[in-house]
Design a protein around this ligand. Sequence first.
Ligand code: PMP
Length: 310
Amino acid sequence: MAKQPAEYIWFNGEIKPWKDATVHVMTHAIHYGSSVFEGIRAYKTPDKGTCVFRLQEHNRRLFDSAKVYRMTIPFTLDQVNEATLEIIRKNDLQSAYIRPIAFYGDIGMGLQVPFGQETELTIAAFEWGAYLGDEAIKNGVDAGISSWNRLAANTMPTGAKAGGNYLSSQLISMEARRHGYGEGIALDRNGYISEGAGENIFVIRDGVVTTTPKTAAILPGITRDTVMTLLRDMGYEVREENIPREAMYLADEILMCGTAAEVTPVRSVDGIAVGNGGRGPITEAVQEKFFGLFNGTTEDKWNWLTPVYE
Ligand code: PMP
């Protein structure tokens, strides 16, 4: 079993010791991928103490993902927000990665069984460092285009953050690792850039920033929205357009972003250096704004931070 990263887990409204937060082997979600989840981070800030970043947007997306699959989460959005804060406090964490997950439990076998049933809901919170590594945040990650495409439109909705979608992400990520890359980037079924295994992609050339559109089989990330907002606030033009593969090879800068990966430069794609093969100036500037939200150098004009201990 993996090392226990925190003391407690919020489980259907109760606080349980980490080791007791278990499910039955006949849990529907294990068999059929019938879960929806979130990844959220909390940071220690100098002025407001520990704050959850974009709590409302993440948990709203949890409910949106559930709605797509006609799942009923037996708690309100406000209750889930409060429970998210509660489990950070209970574990006495200063910074945290938070994982709410709604899933069908031991409701019986079969694909029609879930209709009209309520989900279970658990929320874990624990400390978790930079997903692609601290070195990558500074110097960039080497990425490779995957031989696996992301899901085609009208197969499974990539806009819903469902457990089953992460089989696609695992194929992309494991292939990348096998080829010696730090992360994999997938194309959509039309051959355009989609996203990384767990990150959205921004490509920069001649000062113009482009990210892949919602129609390119992406999960429209909350960090993606954050990066777009910060860049526009800094005066950059940000476009949402299809990105052909060769634009990756010809970019001045590329960055990947997600809650786990935060904002990470890409220094090569398929072994071709991006720009001069390091972190570019616009990436560095937007990283400074992004991490500035948590170290107090960027004003939180958008009310993205929710204090945990007040
Ligand atoms: N795409 C995928 C497939 C992801 O798993 C994630 C991480 N949740 C993202 C993009 C980035 O989303 P966010 O910024 O909301 O974490």
